[in-house]
Design a protein. Structure first.
Ligand SMILES: *[C@@H]1O[C@H](CO)[C@@H](O)[C@H](O)[C@H]1NC(C)=O
Ligand SMILES: *[C@@H]1O[C@H](CO)[C@@H](O)[C@H](O)[C@H]1NC(C)=O
Ligand SMILES: *[C@@H]1O[C@H](CO)[C@@H](O)[C@H](O)[C@H]1NC(C)=O
Ligand SMILES: *[C@@H]1O[C@H](CO)[C@@H](O)[C@H](O)[C@H]1NC(C)=O
Ligand SMILES: *[C@@H]1O[C@H](CO)[C@@H](O)[C@H](O)[C@H]1NC(C)=O
Length: 335
């Protein structure tokens, strides 16, 4: 090997390497800006003032979605409701759980977006075979529910998850299987036991199994830094404002209290936080067949929704109102 040979090689290699670097950065920039362009186009075409005018209920646009430890110290967090609609009676468990959590916020990159485009992915069968995955991945914020899987269903449901709303009975013991490493895991507390469950996980205390309708995981491998607790205010508002449900079931009646589903709650949260709200995977099968599957995964059927704590007829009506007002847009045809 002569010196000239080496020189010739470097004369060829250096430009090639340079070209590689430049095209890498260009493609990177292009990919990022094409996602930015997606959000910008949606934001521009979406007449935000018109949207808020059309909504006939008062959306607070309260940017703080999650409970903070300070809420309980400086301004005593007063609530006239117990869970699921308020913190009354659960303050001690909440303070202890919050004290073990390092953050109560959305990620900085999302907080500072001027216009936020959001995608709420419901777990409904309707999303099957829609091939919406790559579209779903383009939104600034993708919200998913409970233990709905992503791996194996990417073509229809995408694989980006900004936050996932869940309660202990719907928690999967290892959130990293179906989420990004930086997905926020948002606990929706429906009852005091739910907060106690989180506290026991965070402090590795003895698990008390009583008080759940299905055993929650006793081991939970989620990252402490990514746990958040949704402010029960949002469930209360979903029930009273959006669904117009009575918040207190009269005592001494056998009536089952009808709480909103996590899905309609997620849409209400999005209405409070996002500028553009698109949804997919909402709605129930038109078929009266009780054996019809209701989710895009697993084997749950309409039968399992009977006798649940939800009144679906209210939710269907509320969703229709939101869709008619233009506040939310479905990404696929639905019944
Ligand atoms: C948006 O809506 C407002 C209020 O209805 C209206 O005055 C305005 O002209 C609309 N803008 C566009 C670009 O459609
Ligand atoms: C809407 O919210 C604002 C601010 O919280 C409040 O001042 C106003 O009275 C509310 N309006 C209705 C109709 O509830
Ligand atoms: C989805 O597509 C697969 C493969 O083409 C087909 O077997 C299945 O029946 C479809 N499912 C629905 C609900 O359309
Ligand atoms: C989602 O899928 C794309 C394409 O397969 C991949 O590049 C990306 O890393 C995936 N993201 C997550 C969070 O799994
Ligand atoms: C749901 O609410 C409607 C209207 O308030 C009521 O007629 C119906 O009986 C309720 N359904 C269930 C299953 O509670």
């Amino acid at each position: 090997m002569s010196l000239t040979n080496t020189k010739t090689w470097s004369r060829v290699l250096v430009p090639v390497l340079l070209l590689c670097c430049v095209s890498y950065y260009c493609s990177h920039f292009f990919l990022q800006s094409s996602e930015g362009a997606f959000s910008k186009a949606l934001c521009d075409s979406w007449n935000i003032s018109q949207k808020w005018e059309r909504l006939n209920f008062n959306v607070s646009r309260n940017a703080q979605l999650f409970l903070k430890l300070e809420d309980f110290f400086w301004r005593r967090y007063l609530s006239t409701f117990a869970l699921p609609y308020g913190v009354k009676g659960s303050e001690l468990f909440l303070v202890k759980a919050l004290a073990a959590m390092p953050s109560y916020d959305m990620p900085e990159t999302i907080k500072h977006l001027l216009c936020k485009t959001c995608m709420v992915v419901g777990n409904g069968f309707a999303i099957k075979n829609t091939s919406l995955g790559s579209s779903i991945n383009k939104y600034d914020i993708v919200i998913r529910l409970n233990d709905a899987p992503v791996r194996g269903y990417e073509a229809d449901v995408g694989n980006k998850t900004t936050m996932r709303l869940f309660y202990p009975e719907s928690a999967s013991y290892n959130p990293s299987i179906h989420n990004d490493p930086d997905t926020l895991m948002v606990l929706v507390p429906f009852k005091q036991q739910d907060v106690r469950w989180l506290k026991e996980i965070l402090y590795n205390e003895k698990r008390i199994r009583k008080g759940f309708w299905k055993p929650p995981p006793e081991i939970w491998l989620g990252k402490t830094s990514h746990i958040r607790i949704l402010d029960p205010y949002f469930l209360q508002q979903t029930a009273s404002r959006l669904l117009r449900l009575p918040l207190n079931t009269p005592p001494k009646t056998n009536q089952i209290p009808a709480h909103p589903t996590t899905g309609i709650l997620a849409i209400y949260v999005a209405l409070n936080y996002c500028d553009v709200i698109h949804i997919a995977g909402f709605g129930y099968p038109e078929s009266k067949d009780l054996k019809h599957p209701i989710h895009y995964y697993g084997y749950d059927t309409m039968k399992s929704m009977k006798n649940s704590y939800h009144n679906l007829s209210h939710e269907v009506k509320a969703l229709k109102r939101l869709e008619d007002s233009g506040a939310v847009v479905y990404l696929h045809p639905h019944s």
